[in-house]
Write a protein of this length. Structure first.
Length: 594
């Protein structure tokens, strides 16, 4: 009924204004003619023509809708605790603002008070009864900017660029304010792409990535357009992008900030940007690669404040965590962390080093690059271009009296051999390998030419890991599926079945999913957590290594000894309501039966 009434009222707005003596017939005809030619809302056109004020229109509509009208300009200050009741994204998207709360009743000022869907969502979101008053859209937007801070969008900045000449003076190195955030940008001097709007677009891309907890920014050129994507919780999401003609200017801006050569467009370049947002320092690792249609830029966000240094927060299952903590306290040996790029290996190693970092231990790392700085740890940045490789750095470390050594990655036979020698001479060595699972690391070392007896005598533990997206806590909801539907995914641990314990009999599983909300950018997920496969080297496994057994044989033996596979760890996360079946299937492969 409300929607039909709204449509009817909108069709009769002009007639109602004439009946009320607010508008002349000739004025209405002129406004309708403009609407036919250009489109737009009749009320907005009448206000633009000066035939009535926005406040007068809102007061009139409020009377017709049967709701009160309020002037936000004369309302006074809105309490901060009231503003926090409704998320900023909802406020901006629906053009509304909470203005008061009495008991369980929340008063909302809206430009469209008959937006039933918005009021229903607010009731569910806040748990309050919602009372609506009508207010001017202009005043609502001004109030939003006042209380939540002005928010520039990419579209708005592109409009500024279109109106700005290409020879605008540079603004490199200045302090840029966006809302209440202050960004102090590095880089000096003006370049070809340094006009102010381009600087603002670059700032906005960095700031939005930080605010959305993105891990990477991709700036990709195509024939007639450029594409901007953020990697949020491991998945790429496309963002509004400026026109193609700004591509070179944006690339030059990022190059200047990263202190790269803006004249070199034929070779790949790597650099680093450090910015300050309020009192928080954030690093971006910058990679520039030439492509067919121009240079592609990828910026990886390295935020030390987001580094988990507590091993219990990484996501290991209790039994796996106990094994891991036991082995990292051993005085010598090699511990390998395996997985693809972006699986959280660096976070695990940094968290481990932070756990082991005491004044009586000398810890040295060589990394490419050093992603996070750890207080009290000697960290070396590998420079292959000048001969400082993992192998040469590791060789030098042995003369630095280390207790614990971390090598960013074992990439070749030479590095592997030196790491093994370090373990044999009484050092604890941490490193990474790119393999699909923990047993695969044994095969990888064998393929590098490492003798099985060396692997068996030095490697004490191998960890494989992946990252799964965590269900958003703001829109998390339970649902049930038949237990039989889970059969092809993996075995169900004890204690998770409802309606009996035997086969059949209407057994069900309670799982969880995200309904999608403003808090999780409509994805249903917010944040990521690790799943781990921790394989401690037992005497039985060492015997298989010496026999050059396949990784499949080693894996089955480790499982019989109690090792949780990646799939089994993910199943536990699904059944405990941390993640979804979709994530489990996305990041893990099925296990073969024992």
């Amino acid at each position: 009924m409300a929607r039909r009434y709204t449509a009817s009222l909108k069709r009769r707005l002009g007639e109602l204004l004439i009946e009320a003596g607010i508008l002349e017939k000739e004025q209405l005809q002129q406004a309708l003619e403009i609407q036919r030619r250009s489109g737009g809302k009749l009320g907005r056109i009448l206000v633009d023509l000066g035939y009535l004020s926005e406040e007068g229109l809102m007061a009139f509509l409020g009377k017709q809708f049967g709701v009160g009208y309020i002037s936000l300009a004369q309302f006074g200050e809105i309490p901060e605790e009231v503003l926090h009741i409704v998320p900023e994204g909802v406020v901006r998207r629906q053009t509304l603002i909470p203005i008061a709360r009495e008991g369980k009743t929340l008063t909302i000022a809206m430009a469209d008070p008959l937006n039933v869907l918005a009021t229903d969502d607010l009731k569910l979101l806040t748990g309050c009864d919602v009372e609506v008053v009508i207010a001017s859209p202009t005043e609502i937007r001004e109030a939003i900017d006042k209380y939540y801070g002005p928010k520039e969008s990419m579209e708005e900045l592109v409009e500024v660029v279109e109106r700005t000449s290409e020879n605008h003076p540079g603004t490199a190195g200045r302090t840029v304010e966006v809302g209440e955030e202050t960004i102090e940008l590095g880089g000096e001097g003006a370049g070809s792409g340094e006009d102010a709007p381009v600087v603002r677009i670059a700032n906005l891309l960095l700031l939005n990535a930080i605010q959305n907890n993105a891990s990477d920014i991709h700036l990709e050129p195509f024939e007639k357009a450029i594409r901007i994507r953020y990697r949020l919780d491991g998945v790429l999401h496309e963002q509004p992008a400026p026109p193609k003609k700004l591509h070179n200017a944006l690339v030059s801006r990022f190059k200047i900030m990263a202190q790269l050569d803006i004249a070199e467009r034929r070779l790949p370049q790597d650099g680093r940007i450090k910015i300050r947002v309020s009192q928080r320092e954030v690093d971006f690792r910058v990679s520039v690669v030439p492509t067919v249609y121009g240079e592609k830029v990828v910026l990886r966000l390295l935020d030390t404040s987001g580094l988990r240094v507590d091993l219990t927060q990484l996501g290991m299952e209790p039994e796996a965590l106990a094994i891991f903590q036991k082995h990292i306290e051993l005085p010598f040996g090699i511990i390998l962390d395996t997985g693809p790029t972006g699986s959280g290996k660096s976070t695990t190693l940094y968290s481990t080093l932070a756990t082991l970092n005491f004044p009586d231990r000398n810890i040295i790392t060589i990394e490419d690059p050093v992603e996070y700085h750890l207080e009290g740890v000697t960290q070396v940045h590998a420079r292959p271009d000048i001969g400082l490789t993992f192998a040469s750095g590791l060789r030098a470390f042995l003369r630095q009296d280390p207790d614990i050594i971390m090598v960013g990655e074992i990439r070749d036979t030479e590095t592997a051999e030196i790491a093994i020698n370090a373990a044999l001479t009484g050092h604890l060595v941490f490193s990474t390998l790119h393999t699909n699972d923990a047993p695969g690391a044994v095969t990888r070392l064998s393929n590098m030419g490492i003798e099985p007896f060396l692997t068996a005598s030095t490697v004490i533990m191998i960890v494989a890991q992946r990252l799964v997206r965590v269900i958003c806590t703001h829109c998390k909801e339970p649902y049930e599926i038949p237990a039989s539907a889970f059969a092809n995914i993996g075995a169900i641990p004890d204690g998770y079945l409802q309606n009996g314990t035997g086969e059949g009999g209407g057994q069900t599983l309670t799982l969880y999913r995200g309904k999608r909300c403003d808090q999780c950018a409509e994805t249903g997920y917010r944040g990521r957590l690790g799943i781990f496969e921790v394989m401690a080297m037992s005497d039985e496994l060492r015997e298989f290594v010496l026999q050059r057994a396949s990784s499949h044989t080693i894996k089955q033996a480790a499982r019989r000894a109690g090792m949780l596979t990646l799939r089994e760890a993910a199943i536990r996360k699904v059944l405990s309501g941390v993640t979804t079946i979709e994530e489990l299937l996305r990041v893990t492969a099925p296990d073969e039966p024992l």
